[in-house]
Design a protein around this ligand. Sequence first.
Ligand SMILES: Nc1ncnc2c1ncn2[C@@H]1O[C@H](COP(=O)(O)OP(=O)(O)O)[C@@H](O)[C@H]1O
Ligand SMILES: [Mg+2]
Length: 436
Amino acid sequence: MTAWKSAEITPSAARLTESLRDIGYDFPAAVADIVDNSVTAGASHVDVTVEFAGEESCVVISDDGDGMTGNGLLEALRYGSRRAYGRSDLGRYGLGLKTASLSQCRSVTVVTCRRSAASNVNVRTLDLDLIAEWDEWLVVEPVMVPVIERSAERLAAEPGTVVIWRKLDRVLPEKRPDGGWARRRLDSLATKTAEHLGIVFHRYLENSNHSGLVITVNGHKVQPWNPFASSQPTTKELPLQRFELSVGDVSGTVTLRRFVLPARDEFSSAEEFERYSGPLNWNRQQGIYIYRADRLVQWGGWNGIRGIDEHTKLARAALEFDTDLDSVFNINVAKMRVTLPPQIRQMLDRPINELCAYADDRYRKASRHTSKEQSPEAPAQPARSQQELPIPSRSDAGLALRAAAMQAGEYAAFRRILAVLAERAPEVATALGLDS
Ligand SMILES: Nc1ncnc2c1ncn2[C@@H]1O[C@H](COP(=O)(O)OP(=O)(O)O)[C@@H](O)[C@H]1O
Ligand SMILES: [Mg+2]
């Protein structure tokens, strides 16, 4: 029999907690990860406050969810919390509360109270300076400074959880943390955070399947931003696609919803057009929006299926999977990035190219319409618009050709062929809806 010698080698708390600060969060994403926990705890209200007070500045994220017991709170503050995860549970690695918080600050305090009548308010702090000093995984009872005091009072009246970030070393400038620049930076982070939360939780905020989540940032209600302009009557949705995915012993369903958004003049107003342009603007907002359990995790671009193109900027698609496929999609700790499994990429090729062909068509027709309107003195074109030749099967054939050319990676060649067709047989190009 082989004799095994074993030795326990506990990681250095001081070193590991420092290095885990850099696993890829920015400020809005870190706040979103804390809000994930509130959503999982069944909260219907989450209030985010970014409070400027020089070196004493803090971020407070409070919810009216289930709250935690004293032991639950200790487990929650463990790197790698132990608990079972239900389906559609936004948590995954047992790290977010710690890693997201301490990516922005050196001290996170959690104040919490369960819903049951006999519950106490529990308060604990994880502090990087203390951990560095002792090189131990310490959790302490903090000094009751006013912000903690206020949170405890609130929770005694109405259960839930409050997460407080203090010592904002990654947010405030080292020199002059009390200056005007620091104040403006906090203001701008609050604005960006509201925008980010409005995007990633838009389905929760819109209350489509969820019980009406309300999030506020510095007292202002966060507005949902639906990438597909679903409220616009002229948004066109293509037939929904479902894929059964099976990788190793993991299997589940992936859903693809495809939208062609209205062109500029088809929007109900110029403001709405601007609003749906999104933070990255129309071109870079095209692409696949990937939802995990209805929470948006990644967007912008076509994930290697095709490139970003001005002509397909009206195309946006929602790709949805549930947490049972987490391992297949390789969701990262910050829940900001997934990797499309090759199997899914292949399945998406045809429907995405078809979507882009429709979007390309809509964009070209709209710009032709605009340029005609803008130059009334231009020589009259022969009557060959799609409306005058309403033969749907033919125009579908044109779109199918366009999609096939894109899918074959021969779109440039296809456009050259079209140019020749337009010259030699314009009526055929027109009949097929290819007369751009
Ligand atoms: N706002 C909250 N309300 C109730 N429980 C919470 C809250 N935040 C965190 N927790 C508990 O702390 C645990 C650890 O959270 P976290 O580190 O984000 O990991 P994960 O969400 O992946 O489980 C959660 O599993 C949950 O049990
Ligand atoms: Mg979490």
